[in-house]
Design a protein around this ligand. Structure first.
Ligand SMILES: [Zn+2]
Length: 53
């Protein structure tokens, strides 16, 4: 589990496959969206260019 230091934006296909349960937790109640990658997360620390939703 080295994903703690990695933003969701940096996850690749293998990360998604390996940690899909964790991914679902991160995106289930989104409060932030990444302006660069269009990803969403409950905490801004998961995104590289977070913007509040
Ligand atoms: Zn991003």
């Amino acid at each position: 589990m080295a994903k703690d230091t990695k933003t969701l934006c940096k996850w690749d296909k293998d990360d998604i496959k390996d940690d899909f349960k964790e991914l679902k937790k991160i995106v289930s109640t989104p409060a932030f969206v990444c302006k660069k990658c269009c990803r969403v997360a409950k905490k801004e620390e998961y995104l590289c260019k977070p913007e509040e939703l």
